[in-house]
Design a protein around this ligand. Sequence first.
Ligand SMILES: NC(=O)c1ccc[n+]([C@@H]2O[C@H](COP(=O)([O-])OP(=O)(O)OC[C@H]3O[C@@H](n4cnc5c(N)ncnc54)[C@H](OP(=O)(O)O)[C@@H]3O)[C@@H](O)[C@H]2O)c1
Length: 274
Amino acid sequence: MSALSGLLHPKMTGKGFVIDFSNKCIVVTGGNRGIGLAMSKAVAKAGAHVAIIYRSSADAPKVAHDIEKEFKVKAKAYQCDVSDADTVNKTFDTIDKELGPITGLIANAGVSVVKPALDLTTDDFNKVFTTNVLGVFNSARAAAKLWNERQHGGSIVIVSSMSSQIYNQVALSEPLTQVFYNSSKGAVSNLTKGLASEWAKHSIRVNALSPGYVNTDQTSGMDKKVRDFQANTVLLGRFAEPEEMTGQAILLLSDHASYMTGGEYFVDGGKLAT
Ligand SMILES: NC(=O)c1ccc[n+]([C@@H]2O[C@H](COP(=O)([O-])OP(=O)(O)OC[C@H]3O[C@@H](n4cnc5c(N)ncnc54)[C@H](OP(=O)(O)O)[C@@H]3O)[C@@H](O)[C@H]2O)c1
């Protein structure tokens, strides 16, 4: 039975809107903390085995172990710098053998450098773009290669940002100085459209999920005054919790999103409406 016929003739087994990822395997880059950790837990709660890719956090294996225990799925942490294509390809092959077959990817790992533009260096550029753009590309292509080999489709969710569209502020008419971050998110939102266009014929859907302000390590270091200012510019008047990003991602990974590709979905509490 195709995914589409499953959708048009759902099993009438219960009430509510059910997404069941039993026997699926989802890779979450940066899945050990912040938004990525919320994603790892959400896909595990839906029944999927989870492969967490992380860069250097020593507690990532324990995070995976805790998910395994809590949700009764297989979960494992894989240390891998997403900016290194060879390592990414090898890591996806290993994951595919150990937890797979891989059925979905959340390309979430991202970094920022906050500095005035006049002080930015080539190293700063490389740090941001090799993770936020090249790292997303490497991860997406590694998944697509595996799916192509077995002539099977899949779903990729790229975590971009509402910063793909705007230049954030720390106070009225005062910018948050991170041009490389914002331009990397603009790039990766466009990359989403390109990959979706090239891979639609391979039944691979690619979408971007673009969060607004979220309470994570990336934002916790900011001055309270800045955080309050930013929260007040959002229709809902607050930062999001990481868990509030997961519903859109789960939907996009599932067959309920069978007609969604090349899109950018903003989960921003209404920020872009202001
Ligand atoms: N927080 C927000 O308000 C917000 C808003 C919009 C968009 N976003 C986007 O959402 C995503 C997650 O953000 P977050 O706030 O949850 O980030 P975070 O708490 O700072 O966590 C970043 C994660 O990415 C991993 N990572 C970074 N560079 C990597 C690399 N080269 N290779 C592999 N893993 C790498 C880190 O691994 P280690 O733990 O090993 O370092 C960590 O798991 C990012 O793409 C970010 O730009 C965040």
